[in-house]
Design a protein around this ligand. Structure first.
Ligand code: HEM
Length: 299
């Protein structure tokens, strides 16, 4: 199986290099194309974009990459993880369809995020083939995420709508600042998970669209141009600013999501591999849902 995955990724890389080498967008026509982007600077985003790009974006990304895990490291050391027995009753919470969709999103992000960093710190990595390859992989692995983002949005939409449980959850930060195992009010997803859902879906779609804009430099968005009056060059700058700013939020919550499912709630990651969630985990962390399942005779 692993052999096929490696072969698949290698084939995608080669195809992307071939595409990039052949494309007029990335070829010698590039400078000529840029001259036609409309130099009138409709919104005059040039100075703002240059300032953000040169002074802030890379440092903020680095701050999130180091700061968020550092905060969780302190949390892990002081509060520690929530550990639930893995030998007791389990509930089948995620069917095969849910799991495949989620796993495709997870694998996509595990490539998109590191390659994004290689692009941001392209100078540090010396540019050239390595960074170009990262850029191509960044684009290619956006395709599987683009395929699953709408199915994922639909399959969890009902559970991701906020309700009164979430206000109470936020007031105690989900109980994560306490070592105690007291039942927390939450349905299938708690307020933190719902927040990640919305950032992953709406943020993810924003990343896809703004990214596509930058990838297909020459792609004319006549409707957007008519609506905003922005020139192509300013639309590209706006896309770059949006891609970076939304990227901070997606990255911070992605790290949080991985910390929660791999470290803070020991073994939670199994649920998205096997589909089963431990009874005690439901009883404590999703008590509203647990009560509902009990009433339905599922426990
Ligand atoms: C290595 C990467 C990832 C791991 C280990 C992981 C793990 C998990 C686990 C264990 C759950 C079930 C949580 C529960 O019900 O208690 C879950 C749910 C979920 N995952 Fe992931 N996931 C990863 C990547 C992603 C990505 C890339 C996305 C979307 C872009 C995503 C979106 C979601 C959403 C929306 C849910 C439902 C709400 C939630 O539990 O936060 N996950 N994930």
């Amino acid at each position: 199986m692993r052999k096929y995955i490696v072969m698949f990724i290698a084939a995608l890389c080669l195809a992307s290099v071939a595409y990039a080498a052949d494309s007029q967008i990335w070829g010698e026509m590039r400078i000529q194309n840029i001259l036609g982007y409309g130099q009138e600077e409709s919104w005059k985003l040039g100075p703002l974009f240059t300032m953000l790009q040169h002074k802030y974006f890379a440092w903020i990304f680095l701050g999130v990459l180091i700061g968020v895990p550092a905060a969780f490291f302190i949390h892990y050391k002081i509060i520690g993880p929530k550990v639930f027995p893995h030998s007791e009753k389990k509930y089948y919470a995620f069917n095969l369809y849910n799991r495949i969709i989620h796993q495709v999103a997870a694998v996509s992000f595990l490539v998109i995020i590191p390659t994004g960093f290689i692009i941001i710190f392209g100078d540090f990595f010396g540019g050239g083939t390595f960074v170009r390859m990262a850029k191509n992989l960044h684009g290619i692995f956006t395709i599987p995420f683009t395929i699953v983002v709408i199915p994922m949005a639909l399959m969890w939409l009902k559970e991701a709508l906020f309700n009164m449980d979430d206000v109470k959850w936020f007031m105690i930060l989900g109980g994560y600042l306490s070592k105690e195992k007291k039942p927390i009010l939450a349905g299938k997803f708690n307020a933190g998970q719902k927040m990640w859902y919305w950032v992953a879906i709406l943020g993810g779609i924003t990343m896809i669209l703004s990214g596509a804009f930058m990838y297909f430099l020459d792609f004319k968005m006549q409707m957007l141009h008519n609506l905003t009056g922005m020139s192509q060059i300013d639309l590209l700058r706006a896309a770059a600013i949006i891609h970076n700013v939304m990227g901070f939020a997606v990255l911070a919550l992605f790290i949080t999501h991985v910390y929660m499912s791999m470290f803070a709630i020991k073994g939670a990651v199994h649920s998205i591999i096997t589909g089963y969630v431990e009874e005690e985990e439901l009883k404590i962390l999703h008590s509203t849902w647990y009560k509902k399942l009990k009433d339905q005779g599922k426990f």
